[in-house]
Write a protein that binds this ligand. Structure first.
Ligand SMILES: [Zn+2]
Length: 162
């Protein structure tokens, strides 16, 4: 259960990146999660994707992923989906499990390079699942740019849940 305390953090719907982590009390934590508090975890590279199994267990109205800094191409695979009770085996409903993905580069003088195709890949996965995608920042011509244009569009989407 310490895993949750370490990696899953709550976010108030109207507050950007409030990284106050919940205190975890044994197995009761999932049961007491307030529905209006968004739950998120950071996934900077593929090795953190298994965290999403834990995130999917949180009964939050909105689950989100922060891929910041984005360090490699990430395949979110089936974690984007969660059965909403179709009863089919295998599931055919493809309910949305992750409603929001945020991606952005590292900043600062020693920032690691982000390949725009890694962003594109996440964007495509969101397009396919129906998750909102927020491309927060990139280094373009040596300058940090907020919500940069990618393929002719500013990807500053928010989940329309709640
Ligand atoms: Zn289903």
């Amino acid at each position: 259960m310490a895993y949750f305390a370490e990696h899953i953090w709550p976010k108030q719907a109207n507050q950007a990146h409030r990284r106050t982590r919940p205190r975890v009390m044994g197995g009761t934590w999932e049961a007491v999660w307030p529905a209006n508090v968004w739950a998120g975890t950071s996934v900077e590279s593929q090795r953190y994707v298994p965290r999403l199994a834990c995130l999917l267990r949180v009964p939050a109205a909105v689950r989100f992923i922060s891929a910041e800094p984005l360090l490699e191409d990430i395949k979110l695979r089936d974690y984007l989906y969660k059965c909403s009770g179709c009863g089919e085996k295998p599931c055919t409903c493809k309910g949305l499990a992750i409603q929001w993905v945020i991606a952005g580069c590292e900043s600062g003088p020693r920032a690691r390079t982000m390949d725009i195709n890694w962003v594109r890949s996440l964007r495509d996965q969101c397009e396919q699942s129906g998750a909102a995608f927020f491309f927060k920042q990139a280094i373009i011509n040596g300058k940090k740019v907020s919500t940069p244009v990618l393929d002719g569009y500013r990807w500053a989407e928010f989940p329309h849940a709640l």
